[in-house]
Design a protein around this ligand. Structure first.
Ligand SMILES: Cc1ncc(COP(=O)(O)O)c(C=O)c1O
Length: 387
């Protein structure tokens, strides 16, 4: 049996006629960049997330970059973020000549450890006044612990940019209200990279905010800082979203909740299947933990991440048996050669280093069948039985 890590073809099979029709509409409209499709998507996403404004961008990376630019972050500013995420969470900071401060992760959620974040503020009183933003990442589809992060943000008057690239629709409870990822900080950033729960057929992203002025700046920055055209009040970039991508995303968005549900069902099924083995008891593998169980979308499982003993051998074993897996992320930021100049060293962030060595993503996409999951679990069991 073959089980890829992700099978976008299975999703497209369901939606092909609708998508082709939407693309044809764009072709006939002669409006290929921004335009009514992007405006409609912005409205739909802002409604879904519960934010007043949404600004479609060329990618999730550009949503993050333009958010930092809109907040005026630049030379010598400090920006605090998690040491364990996709590269662009950190690279956007450096591209603006600001300096990232990395914080280790919580070993259960892989999100920024808010106790360590608090500690950093206590131990670095001199540097605190240079901190211009905090970027928590909602990794794998589960929100970072936003309560303490927003507390710090209020206390020190530092804006929060949520990297919600993997978490469109994920929920978090703040006091007695439920919020969607991206709607809690000053600005939230999403990615529509094809493998995301809501994926385009190319690159795309979006920034959301409730701050009118910030939204306005983001819109200007998206078009080279110009308003009107050719008159540049700011330095921006070409951060525009294509109409075809917006049209495709508008077709897919109504299915998103169903896909979240199917992913969640698959996660529950893994739990049952793994509990029928001895793998958990023998601590050979660990399953992901959903912290916000009382919320419908407490975890949207953009990725399903297990910890596994002898991870690399297991991965090879599964590959030879037709099962696709991935390692997100094999090297935390502080060990990346391009960030060596920051002066961090091996051992500085033990939890991120351990996650990089132990974690493995298993297939979780909505169309994954029970038969496939049974096969995956059987093969993992077999690996530890025979070796
Ligand atoms: C956590 C995180 N941040 C940022 C990004 C950047 O998004 P994009 O690939 O759309 O530029 C991604 C996705 O790849 C991501 O997973």
């Amino acid at each position: 049996m073959k089980v890829p890590l992700l099978d976008l073809g299975a999703q497209i099979k369901r939606l092909r006629p609708e998508i082709i029709k939407a693309i044809e509409e764009v072709i006939d409209s002669n409006q290929y960049i921004l335009g009514p499709k992007v405006a409609a998507l912005e409205e739909a996403i802002s409604d879904y997330v519960g934010c007043r404004y949404a600004i479609g961008t060329s990618s999730g990376t550009d949503a993050l970059l333009s958010s930092l630019m809109a907040l005026g972050i630049g030379h010598q500013d400090l920006v605090i973020t998690s040491v364990y995420s996709f590269f662009s969470t950190a690279s956007v900071i450096v591209r603006l000549s600001a300096r990232p401060i990395f914080i280790d992760i919580d070993p259960i959620t892989y999100n920024i450890d808010t106790k360590r974040l608090e500690d950093w503020f206590k131990k670095n009183r001199e540097e605190v006044r240079k901190v211009r933003a905090i970027i928590p990442v909602h990794l794998y589809g589960q929100c970072a612990d936003m309560g303490p992060i927003l507390d710090i943000s209020r206390r020190y008057n530092i804006p929060v940019i949520e990297d919600a690239a993997q978490a469109l629709g994920a929920e978090y409870r703040l006091e007695d209200r439920v919020f969607k990822a991206g709607s809690m900080g000053n600005v939230g950033c999403f990615s529509f990279f094809p493998s995301k729960n809501l994926g385009a057929m190319g690159d795309g992203g979006m920034a959301v905010t409730n701050d009118k002025e910030l939204a306005d700046r983001l819109r200007i920055i998206r078009v080279h800082g110009a308003r009107p055209k050719y008159f540049h009040s700011l330095i921006g970039g070409n951060f525009r979203l294509d109409s075809i991508q917006a049209a495709i995303l508008l077709v897919k968005l109504p299915y998103l909740e169903r896909w979240h549900k199917e992913r969640r069902k698959n996660a529950e099924r893994y739990e049952i299947l793994f509990k029928n083995t001895k793998l958990l008891e023998r601590q050979l593998i660990k399953l992901p933990k959903v912290l916000y169980k009382d919320l419908k979308n407490g975890h949207i499982f953009n990725q399903y991440i297990i910890r596994a003993k002898r991870r690399d051998e297991l991965r090879k074993f599964l590959k030879e048996r037709g099962i696709g897996t991935a390692i997100y992320y094999p090297l935390p930021f502080h060990l990346q050669p391009c960030f060596r100049y920051l002066g961090y060293k091996k051992g500085d962030f033990p939890e991120a280093e351990r996650a990089a060595e132990e974690t493995l993503a298993l297939p979780i996409y909505p169309e994954l069948t029970e038969e496939m999951q049974v096969y995956i679990v059987e093969k993992i069991d077999e690996f530890y039985e025979i070796s």
